[in-house]
Design a protein around this ligand. Structure first.
Ligand code: NDP
Length: 276
């Protein structure tokens, strides 16, 4: 019998995860199924425990359950504890629920796959919501010179920066700061849009001096056409990358946690790109 996995969300019909994991399973010869389950908003824990009782081995957790996933876990990875949210659940052989967050690893792997150097870079992250909190630890582990968080609600950026400062990583001591958009001063080598503004076709108010001459702009969102943020950055000479690769890389890390096999992500990303 195949091992069962799923993604929990509400709504969840739009999720690309079943497609990605089906491609991974086929590529790696893994006997598993992966379905999308719309859990009731008020009882995520019940949905997870029912899934496990029916033979479920693990799950991804997406909006709005990432914090619920955190609460349902018996054992959290260190990065999940820091993120305060999880996207991967594992039903352990000991009956306990293990949880991790792979979004940040996915982002860093995708940046690396595009040849972006984070070591020594001046990084700017736009937004201070759940997605941003989840990627800060892996970004800081890559050893940037500085990391600034800018958010529409400035206090959230300042408080998030305080949670992650100071960061001593080997020889590095990364400066982590936060502000609103009005206090934003460039230039930055890598600018990562982690706001949901792109979803509504909106752009945070960004200064013309934002990007360094050979700067990179990354939008965690992805779509068939470049987002408003990527269009803005491209018009100012930046290299632009959307979040499709992050989506595939975070899925690959979840797949590895469950199956102990690393899929080749490039062909899967290409397939998804064609299907956008
Ligand atoms: P949250 O709702 O937790 O946070 C939203 C953030 O966006 C807040 O910082 C909010 O600012 C800001 N924001 C919203 N609208 C605007 C606007 N019009 N102008 C400026 N700032 C705005 O969302 P998440 O953190 O969960 O998700 C953020 C994005 O990341 C989404 O687009 C999501 O699709 C993407 N994502 C992509 C992943 C991938 O694998 N590619 C994985 C996870 C997320 P304020 O605090 O002031 O309200």
């Amino acid at each position: 019998m195949s091992d069962r996995y799923c993604v929990f969300g509400h709504p969840v019909g739009h999720s690309r995860s079943p497609r990605i994991h089906a491609l991974f399973a086929e590529q790696c010869g893994q006997a598993m199924t992966y379905e999308a389950i719309e859990a009731p908003r008020e009882d995520f824990a019940g949905a997870w425990h029912a899934f496990v009782a029916a033979g479920g081995c693990g799950a991804n957790v997406t909006v709005p359950f990432k914090e619920e996933g955190y609460r349902v876990a018996d054992v959290l990875s260190q990065r999940a504890r820091r993120a305060g949210a999880v996207n991967t659940l594992i039903h352990g052989r000991d009956g306990r629920t293990y949880a991790d967050t792979t979004d940040g690893v996915g982002l860093v792997r995708d940046l690396e796959a595009h040849g972006v150097t984070l070591d020594g870079a001046r990084i700017l992250v736009l937004g201070a919501g759940g997605a941003v909190r989840g990627v800060l630890d892996p970004l800081l582990a890559a050893g940037p010179q500085s990391l600034h968080i800018a958010n529409r609600t400035a206090e959230k950026a300042v408080s998030l920066a305080a949670d992650f400062h100071p960061q001593e990583r080997g020889q590095h001591q990364t400066r982590v700061t936060g502000s609103g958009y009005d206090a934003l001063e460039g230039p930055f080598d890598v600018v990562i849009n982690g706001t949901s503004a792109s979803l509504g076709g909106e752009l945070p108010p960004l200064p013309e001096t934002l990007l360094a001459a050979d700067g990179v702009a990354y939008d965690m969102m992805y779509a068939a056409d470049p987002t408003v943020f990527l269009q803005w950055a491209s018009a100012r000479g930046a290299r632009t990358i959307d979040g499709l690769g992050m989506l595939v890389e975070q899925a690959a890390e979840s797949f590895f946690l469950w199956r102990h096999v690393r899929p080749d992500t490039a062909p899967v990303r290409d397939t998804l790109r064609r299907e956008l």
